[in-house]
Design a protein around this ligand. Structure first.
Ligand SMILES: C[S@@+](CC[C@H](N)C(=O)[O-])C[C@H]1O[C@@H](n2cnc3c(N)ncnc32)[C@H](O)[C@@H]1O
Length: 226
């Protein structure tokens, strides 16, 4: 390896959290993928994981907020792209998920990096008073629209909001009629995407990665339309 390449690579490692980058399909993350598959836990899929890694490398966040921890898979993955000394706050309401997330985060040795906040995000979010570089929305799809104002309050200008599952098995974008049970979720998600697209402080792009991912960049003061 050329010296400059070596320096650049080790420089990258030194900037991430403790130099540890856990890869999807390897080690603990592989075990967690298998657990999620066996127990029907809806963790991010491989292509969404890869997208998060690339986005994280670009943003190099020091502070991440995640809504929807489940077993801690995406939080552990995201810890690998944190800036040195960075932290993740992640919110989960389900007792069983909380127990499993704590267990996995402990196994990963990330208790000082990932803070799991127990509770419903609608109660927790108004109590948080921090600024985040990146927010990953991955909870109950019908509730995103309700969480948005609190997320935008805490997302710093120049920060990135990533919302997962926004196309909900194609139902959100399709003109096909939606069954009664799913109609509220689909309508709420459509309202969420319209709100993101029409917010003058955001630049939003919707990708068909996984179950649909919305990327919303929050503009700096100098980037606002006149
Ligand atoms: C799709 S899973 C999260 C997967 C996780 N981000 C991953 O990829 O490893 C959604 C999780 O959000 C939690 N959840 C849903 N609505 C919530 C809410 N209002 N407050 C807190 N947690 C919520 C669910 O219990 C579930 O564990």
């Amino acid at each position: 390896m050329f010296e400059s390449e070596q320096t650049e690579r080790s420089g990258n490692d030194a900037d991430t959290c403790g130099g540890k980058m856990m890869k999807p399909g390897k080690g603990l993350l592989k075990e967690m993928e298998q657990y999620a598959c066996r127990h029907h836990v809806p963790i991010i899929n491989r292509e969404t994981a890869e997208l998060l890694i690339v986005l994280g490398r670009l943003v190099r966040p020091a502070r991440i907020l995640e809504i929807g921890t489940a077993i801690g898979y995406s939080a552990i993955l995201l810890s690998g792209i944190l800036a040195k000394g960075g932290r993740i706050d992640t919110i989960e309401r389900d007792e069983d998920m909380l127990a499993k997330a704590h267990e996995n985060i402990k196994r990963a040795g990330l208790e000082d990096t990932i803070a799991v906040i127990a509770g419903d995000a609608s109660d927790v979010l108004p109590c948080l008073d921090k600024s985040y570089d990146m927010i990953f929305m991955d909870a109950a799809k019908g509730q995103y629209i309700g969480f948005l104002p609190e997320c935008l309050r805490m997302l710093r200008n120049g920060g990135l909001l990533i919302s997962d599952n926004v196309l909900y098995k194609g139902m959100v974008a399709s003109g096909e009629p939606v069954g009664r049970k799913k109609r509220t979720i689909v309508n709420n998600m459509r309202e969420y995407l319209d709100t993101l697209r029409n917010d003058p402080s955001l630049d939003t792009s919707i990708l068909t990665v996984g179950d649909g991912v919305a990327l919303s960049y929050k503009r700096l003061e100098t980037e606002m339309d006149p």
